[in-house]
Design a protein around this ligand. Structure first.
Ligand SMILES: [Zn+2]
Length: 88
């Protein structure tokens, strides 16, 4: 568990945590890992900025539990990842 907590986040993990981060729902240790990745990764920094700029109500409407099919969520993730890889 300690080893897991100490390794740095991958870009995909960051994408999965961004909603919790913008809502202040991450525990302090996770938050530090998140911020460390953002500080070192320009693509994720931009992504977090964009997510933080979306009003919470709009974000909530896009949650999978309220109707977005898993395939749509996956294609969003893939779109983000290819966008991200192009900028390395
Ligand atoms: Zn990243």
């Amino acid at each position: 568990v300690i080893r897991w907590r100490r390794r740095s986040l991958t870009c995909q993990e960051l994408v999965e945590l961004v909603t919790d981060y913008t809502e202040g729902a991450l525990p302090p240790a996770e938050r530090r890992r998140f911020e460390r990745h953002v500080a070192a990764c320009a693509g994720c920094a931009t992504y977090v900025e964009q997510m933080a700029a979306i009003p919470p109500l709009v974000r909530a409407a896009a949650q999978p539990s309220t109707g977005l099919p898993p395939e749509a969520e996956l294609s969003l993730l893939h779109a983000f990842r290819s966008w991200h890889d192009e900028r390395r």
